[in-house]
Design a binder for this molecule. Structure first.
Ligand code: ADP
Ligand SMILES: O=P(O)(O)O[C@H]1O[C@H](CO)[C@@H](O[C@H]2O[C@H](CO)[C@@H](O)[C@H](O)[C@H]2O)[C@H](O)[C@H]1O
Length: 494
């Protein structure tokens, strides 16, 4: 056993020869987690991270520079862990070596080295793991990493299952290497840490994190230490949590029900209750936010819609309907505020969908508090309306009906009504404590949204989510673009 490994941070491309950077320029845009369309984008080395006592693992933090991308502190930064291994012979590129994460071989003045993707390499997993957990093992006898494997699939980050890792409640860990690094404490660290500390068991228990400048807010004291320089930016690189055993992905579960036309009502009801409890736990753990300010809120909705219209020409016919819906909402919200009512904001999940929920023998567990990865982090972490998460789940149930090819035309609507009922029932418990409105997240202490405004708000947030999804599908899965496009149509004509 050793102490937690210190993390060393150097500016620019220290430890990374230009040959490696050139290799990455070609490889990065092909990765599923690459966050933007690659055309015209260059990769500018920002920081390089190494781990004390580990020779061959180097993490490149690269700023994405290009047309339409934010710059300076707002830049999109991607995390690229690499394993550089000196070798005598260049390794041939075959399907086997690709699966093992071989990016290529470089020859520099100091010799020839293979370059592997650290996201799929045990040496890098070990480096992160021992940086997150004090007293963790050495690589040669690391029982904790036995059987470790990266999970496959459409992920925005890189997650590694550690089935043998012991913890207070049993065995099994999940190491998540964050592919998009944000300046400041990362919500996928801070929120699970706060919910775990508050004792809410609807989230996999938080165990530790890796950060640049020491333990950021919400990390275990002493874990993930950086090299301690006061000038280092605060940013998280990875998070470690308990593995939820025998879990089924919520989206796969719902699609399987939809494919059989089986009633998903009971599961959806339970999920609604868990989402309501999550909102209560977040409000208690992180405190209430400020009141919603209609002009600013509507400004953000309109800007996001304008961005979606600019990105996806197929959305053009919806522009007038979206504008009219937002206009009605703006008028109603202004009236709410004018009569002295307050709509409080709070920490929310921010990108809630069925794939962020695991169904286990212990009920539903909620994952991935990163927020919508395509949004700037300041927007993602800002206090928001809990109703935004509700809209996210409603959209997801619609996706499950479409992807699972439910033939029952009421499958999605029935699941959505059950979800809302579960949310309402669990929120009603809260009203007695004077903290939450059963639908809209407004306070019950003399200042609630009227039902009409709450419903309009939910429609607008559903459209906002569906527009985000249209852009997401346009970039990543064009064959599914019809699903959110149809939803925009439906909400506008309802
Ligand atoms: N603690 C956990 N226990 C079991 N499975 C998990 C856990 N955390 C994540 N997963 C699985 O990994 C997948 C990806 O995790 P997630 O945090 O959503 O990553 P991403 O941001 O890359 O989408 C989830 O859909 C889930 O199937
Ligand atoms: O991978 P993340 O969890 O970061 O989220 C992104 O990818 C999701 C898809 O993997 C995407 O979700 C959309 O598709 C889901 C079905 O695959 C559906 O259940 C969701 O409702 C829908 O939004 C998510 O929007 C995106 O941020």
């Amino acid at each position: 056993m050793s102490a937690a490994r210190p993390v060393h941070v150097s500016p620019g491309a220290a430890h990374l020869p230009p040959e490696v950077l050139r290799l990455l320029d070609a490889w990065l845009p092909e990765q599923r987690w690459y966050p933007v369309p690659a055309e015209g984008v260059t990769h500018e080395p920002w920081l390089t991270v190494t781990f004390g006592g580990v020779a061959d693992v180097v993490v490149a933090l690269l700023r994405l520079v290009g047309p339409g991308l934010a710059s300076g502190d707002e830049s999109l930064v991607i995390q690229v862990p690499l394993v550089l291994t000196p070798t005598a012979e260049p390794e041939a590129d075959t399907p086997d070596t690709e699966a093992a994460g071989l990016i290529g071989t470089v020859t520099t003045a100091s010799g020839t080295a293979t370059v592997h993707d650290g996201g799929v390499h045990p040496a890098a997993w070990h480096a992160y793991f021992t940086a997150a957990l004090p007293g963790a093992c050495e690589p040669e006898d690391c029982a904790e990493l036995v059987g470790a494997r990266r999970i496959s699939g459409e992920q925005s980050n890189t997650s590694v299952v550690l089935p043998a890792m012991p913890h207070a409640a049993g065995r099994g860990g999940m190491l998540k290497i964050l592919r998009t690094v944000a300046l400041g404490p990362h919500p996928d660290v801070v929120i699970p840490a706060a919910l775990t500390e508050a004792g809410w068991d609807g989230v996999p228990r938080y165990l530790g994190a890796v950060g640049l400048s020491g333990a950021g807010a919400g990390t275990r004291p002493g874990s993930g230490s950086g090299s301690g320089s006061a000038s280092l930016p605060d940013a998280h690189l990875a998070v470690l949590s308990e593995l939820v055993h025998d879990a089924t992905d919520g989206f796969e579960l719902a699609c399987a029900y939809a494919a059989r036309d089986e009633d998903f009502g009971e599961r959806a009801l339970e999920l609604g209750a868990v989402v309501a409890q999550m909102h209560t736990a977040l409000r208690r753990a992180l405190g209430p936010g400020p009141a919603l300010e209609p002009a600013g809120f509507m400004g953000v909705l309109r800007r996001r819609a304008a961005e979606a219209f600019a990105d996806v020409p197929a959305l053009a016919p919806q522009r007038a309907g979206v504008t009219a819906l937002y206009e009605s909402l703006s008028t109603r919200l202004s009236a709410v505020v004018a009569r002295g009512d307050v709509v409080p904001l709070q920490a929310i999940h921010g990108d809630l969908h069925l794939g962020q929920a695991l169904w286990s023998s212990d009920g539903w567990k909620v994952l991935d508090f990163e927020g919508e990865p395509q949004r700037p982090v300041s927007e993602r972490t800002a206090p928001d309306l809990p109703l935004r998460d509700v809209a996210g789940m409603l959209r997801s149930l619609d996706y499950a009906a479409a992807v699972g090819q439910a033939t029952d035309p009421h499958w999605a609507a029935h699941a959505q009504v059950s979800f809302l009922e579960g949310y309402r029932q669990a929120s009603n418990g809260e009203v007695h404590e004077g903290t939450a409105h059963p639908v809209g997240g407004a306070t019950s202490s003399g200042s609630a949204l009227d039902v009409g405004t709450a419903e309009l708000l939910l429609r607008a947030l559903t459209v906002d989510k569906a527009l985000y999804e249209v852009v997401y599908e346009f970039r990543h899965r064009p064959a599914w673009m019809h699903i959110p496009l149809a939803a925009v149509d439906r909400v506008l004509s309802s």
